[in-house]
Design a protein. Structure first.
Length: 260
């Protein structure tokens, strides 16, 4: 099962016209191209994603995390400090409740129902990440690896593994082999993050019997191939397809050799 919580770039209908961000902002503030990179079609049992921007409904945050929380479920500023909404146009409680009911809760309920079927052997929560940590992050200003895996979360002052270390290390090994020719970073290429993840999805669904791994791919692998103008934006579809095949190759080897 694949979960893609941050691939969307759309503004919810409920607040359309209130946003102070551009199409460029929405693209950069999303997990750019994640919906395309991690769409493996019929190769996986289920794929859950969204077309709504994380700036307006962040599906990887608790629904109770509202302002003054600066990185909650509805953002007041982008990762670079730009206002998301025009002055005095931040949505009120009624608008936020409506958005949660329409976009947030159905997303999480869909994940729960699929996991509860007992037919899922592995969950991958998939992201694309900025090549350098933004101001609001755990690693501001630091170059990031090409691939980061996470399998730990904090819970009641303890650390819980959402997936065994051996299985996580195997996925990292296969990812490293897939991306062996890529050199778009000055940081370590591939790593398993030792600190507990702050992601809500990993915490909520990673404490059960099914292994859950958070997989993040650096946008340095494809962001140089994006073209922007005032009214046009294009991504190199062939490059995205190539990267998707590399990612899927690693996942397929993991499943065949370690799970099936």
């Amino acid at each position: 099962m694949v979960i893609i919580p941050h691939g969307g770039v759309k503004v919810p209908d409920e607040i359309s016209g209130y946003e102070a961000v551009t199409s460029f902002d929405l693209f950069i503030q999303s997990d750019s191209c994640a919906n395309e990179l991690f769409n493996f079609n019929d190769n996986v049992a289920s794929t859950i994603n969204t077309d709504i921007s994380r700036l307006f409904i962040d599906l990887d945050r608790p629904y109770t995390a509202l302002p003054p929380n600066i990185d909650g479920v509805v953002k007041k500023t982008t990762l670079y400090g730009k206002p998301v909404f025009y002055e005095d146009m931040f949505p009120d409680e009624i608008a936020i409740t409506n958005m949660l009911q329409r976009y947030y809760f159905p997303f999480h309920e869909a994940i729960r129902k699929i996991i509860d079927t007992g037919k899922i052997d592995l969950v991958l929560e998939c992201h694309t990440m900025m090549a350098v940590g933004p101001k609001i992050s755990h690693d501001p200003g630091k170059p990031r690896p090409l691939v980061i895996l996470e399998n730990r979360v904090s819970n009641n002052n303890s650390v819980i593994k959402t997936c065994g270390d051996d299985l996580t290390a195997s996925l990292l090994e296969y990812m490293g082999k897939s991306f062996i020719k890529e050199e778009s970073t000055i940081a370590q290429k591939y790593t398993i993050r030792s600190e507990p993840s702050k992601g809500f999805i990993l915490k909520r669904f990673g404490s059960g019997k099914i292994p859950v791994i958070r997989l993040s791919i650096s946008r340095s692998l494809f962001l140089n191939d994006v073209y922007f103008s005032s009214d046009y934006m294009r991504v190199d579809e062939l490059r995205i397809m190539q990267l998707k095949q590399l990612i899927w190759s690693a996942i397929e080897k993991l499943f065949i050799k370690n799970i099936a």
